[in-house]
Design a protein around this ligand. Sequence first.
Ligand SMILES: [Zn+2]
Length: 93
Amino acid sequence: MVRGMYRSRSLKRKFTRVPGGGNALHYKRKKTSPHVCAECGARLGGIPRGTPHEMKKCTRSERTVSRAYGGQLCPSCLKRKLIRETREKMGQQ
Ligand SMILES: [Zn+2]
């Protein structure tokens, strides 16, 4: 019997033509879902897709965006949020 990891659907399967002319089943790791904005759900730029282990191998600057709420909000949502926060602060004074 084959190993358990090849029996489950945790790996992506792909039929590939091999040099001998036959077909072989190759197993690949599934791609992780992209990082999205917490407010609008748009895909975030500058953040790679990868398993936690692959992400850990990158440096921190490669994993995130060096900005307030970088890696959490998209630039347009951040702009709206900062304007909102500033207005609330001005209203308190
Ligand atoms: Zn957004």
